[in-house]
Design a protein. Sequence first.
Length: 269
Amino acid sequence: GKPRNAPSPASHSYFTRDGSPSSELLRIGREQLRPYGVEVLDAEVVDAFQDGEAFTVVLGDGSRRSARRLLLATGVVDPLPEIEGLREMWGTSVLHCAYCHGWEVRDRPLAVYANGGSAAEIVALVRCLSRDVVLCTDGPADLGDHREVLDRAGIPIREEPVVRLEGKEGHLERIVFASSPDLPRHALFLPTLPRQHSDLAERLGCELTVYGLVKVDAAGLTTVPGVYAAGDLALRRHQVVVASADGAIAGITINHELAWEDLVRGGTP
């Protein structure tokens, strides 16, 4: 009940559903499950473990469910810097992705909040939307050779500590620094380093990648036989349409496995 994209007013890049509120996509998805007899429980899974050839999941109320396979789709969360006003603007005018929300702020004064080796790459993407882009490093810039690239491109770099973001009703108007003039901006792009929303994968013994994602093969199988993972918790490219496709691939694989097991054992599908 705590989707990562809840603060966003709309989802983009989903073919035929572009601009739909994320809550509407969820509602439609659940509605379209009903004819197939799928049971949806609005409950938190607090634990999961292997039980012989099956798996057991424990819900918040203490009840349990068992399954022959598990598909984890618990997603990730975005740790945000502690800057006054930022959290209130997250998803509306403080944005994590130029692909997800960039078109709506095109041709406006924009800023990028980033430092390190990837900062210039993010600026390059945002610069496709607007020629008025400023990089805010919130401290001494550590850009290496990219500093020269940004200078040649005429990208201003503000290295002063960021104190707060000011605006009205969730819409950014200016960035306030510790000891220099404010920077009027319409939107701020802030890439995050997402972390797992749930520790179920680790509880089950699934290996994580160096990026903190659940390690899977092309079909979504984790390093634990019978446990699959799909969506943002296992992917570096975070978009609704990509996560949906990832889930479909894992679902097909699981169905094939169970169908074959039933055939071999002489059981009923």
